[in-house]
Design a protein around this ligand. Structure first.
Ligand code: GDP
Ligand code: MG
Length: 491
């Protein structure tokens, strides 16, 4: 949804009022937008409001609750910002419209706050919700067609997933809006994700952070006994022997150089060093479309669901997505992938059970190019008991893709299951040697005590960890931030 980046600029640079409004006009001149005058008015109001926000925000609930009863102020707003959304929408008399406009104008320009207001008095999916969403989009000057697509896709999703009550889908809705609005980096979403990450890491924290508490409580100096006990903690936390030795070396070196002996600052030092370990080197992101993402890993780690989650993200970001069924070993695997492709609105390519995976890759590549796709995800088989064959097959797929489309696969991604601890490390070694990995996605970090393995992988292989799986829902795959991880783990 391209227009959303313009809105983002509205939020980012509230003091530059003129430019975004002018750009909005451009969209209208192109004939894509079906914006109401009220939208301009609301945008202007939001810009003004954003510029003047100095006090801490009121809680969304506090704003949302009285919405239905909010009296319309006697003093009319200035002519330039008079909301007239009602003219553009059906059921123009609905009293909530004016109240919502006023509440939105008063609100801090944050997605969670806006969503709370929009969902006031909405308990379940139904006409009122669609109308409210459409209204929000019109207030944001969204091109009508894109707004409609968003609402249609969301409705289809709710039907597929059999969600009805707002509580069941509110989080997914916010996730979708954040992606569509390109707001995932905003404080709102980051906070939400950090909370989720902290919760998911509870058991790993128990394994590492609590023991570090004990360590710090029982040692007055960082001496040999201190390091020995710390080493034990790392081994127990599934870091692996070599990564543990590396991390110890890094920490000891730092402590030695600083001349620090008091363990008081140890946690902070550890947090900083962990963040540094996870900081990936800068790489060129630009690719010649379609971007080809090859997903590999052993059976059961979460490849297929991760593809669904990635495709969902890409689709919400407005990309045209193709999913290819390269795991041809079982018909059920193909069926499962097809269901996900349909749900997330992706094009699906399969050749059937036992088809040659390299041929699937080749033909899917053709299709992705012909359809003008932005991104293609290729699922692959993961039956490790035929190890040599599997690795040869993966190499061949890589070669074939590269012949068809220079640079493909642009990303060769290994999916690992955090709950397998040390196995995740040996799988990384195995696959990396065979097919040169570009990145790692670690699933099932939720509820495992073995999350420490992520540190081991980063230390041992230096591969970027791009996403982590924090649950089975579509919104539970999120970009990985080493800083957030270190902070969530050690606080
Ligand atoms: N709790 C949790 N479960 C996950 C996550 N990712 C995948 N799964 C589950 O892991 C199981 C295996 O996933 P699947 O995608 O079929 O694995 P594949 O064999 O590698 O394709 C499914 O039940 C998924 O729902 C995650 O991040 N958290
Ligand atoms: Mg699978």
């Amino acid at each position: 949804m391209g227009f959303f980046s313009k809105i983002k600029r509205l939020w980012k640079k509230p003091d530059q009022e003129a430019a975004p409004v002018a750009e909005t006009r451009e969209i209208e001149d192109d004939g894509i937008a079906a914006a109401s005058d009220a939208a301009d008015a609301l945008q202007a109001a939001v810009v003004t409001k954003a510029a003047s926000v100095t006090a801490p925000p009121e809680a969304p609930e506090a704003l949302a609750a009285p919405l239905a009863q909010t009296p319309i102020p006697a003093t009319a707003p200035p002519a330039a910002t008079t909301p007239r959304a009602a003219q553009a929408a059906p059921d123009t008399d609905a009293p909530w419209r004016n109240q919502l406009v006023l509440a939105l104008r008063e609100a801090e320009p944050r997605l969670s706050v806006w969503l709370s207001l929009v969902l006031t008095d909405v308990d379940r999916a139904g006409p009122l919700l669609w109308e409210r969403l459409a209204f929000l989009f019109s207030c944001l000057d969204a091109p009508a067609a894109e707004a409609q697509t968003f609402v249609d896709q969301f409705r289809k999703w709710l039907t597929d997933m059999e969600y009805d009550a707002v509580e069941e889908f509110r989080s997914e809705l916010q996730y979708r809006l954040a992606l569509a609005l390109d707001l995932e980096d905003e404080e709102d979403e980051r906070n939400r994700l950090f909370l989720k990450l902290s919760e998911s890491l509870a058991k790993t924290k128990e394994q590492i952070a609590r023991r570090i508490d004990g360590l710090l409580g029982s040692h007055k100096v960082m001496d040999a006994a201190f390091w020995e006990e710390f080493e034990e903690i790392l081994i127990m936390a599934d870091l692996g022997y070599e990564p543990t030795a590396k991390l110890l070396e890094i920490l000891k070196d730092r402590v030695r150089k600083s001349g620090e002996t008091d363990p008081a600052r140890f946690r902070e030092i550890l947090r900083e060093e962990l963040s540094a370990i996870f900081t990936p080197q800068k790489t060129i992101r630009a690719v010649n479309p379609p971007e080809v993402v090859m997903i590999i890993g052993v059976n059961g780690v979460g490849k297929t669901t991760t593809i669904a989650k990635l495709a969902h993200r890409a689709s919400l970001q407005g990309k045209k997505v193709l999913i290819a069924a390269g795991d041809t070993f079982r018909a059920a695997a193909i069926d499962q992938l097809k269901i996900w492709a349909d749900r997330v609105g992706a094009i699906f390519y399969a050749k059937g059970e036992n088809a040659d995976p390299a041929a699937v890759a080749y033909e899917a590549m053709d299709r992705a190019i012909a359809e003008g796709c932005d991104i293609m995800f290729l699922d692959t088989a993961g039956r490790l008991h035929t190890k040599a064959n599997l690795m040869e097959e993966l190499k061949k797929i890589k070669r074939v893709l590269g012949k068809k489309h220079p640079g493909a696969p642009h990303r060769c991604v290994l999916v690992l299951d955090a709950t397998t601890g040390q196995n995740a490390l040996s799988q990384t070694k195995l696959f990396n040697e065979a097919v040169d990995l570009d990145e790692i996605i670690l699933t099932k970090l939720d509820g495992t005590a073995k999350g420490g393995v992520i540190v081991g992988i980063a230390l041992e292989y230096g591969l970027p960890i791009t996403f982590i799986g924090l649950g089975e829902k579509m919104e539970d795959l999120r970009p990985f931030s080493g800083q957030d991880f270190a902070l969530a783990l050690l606080t």
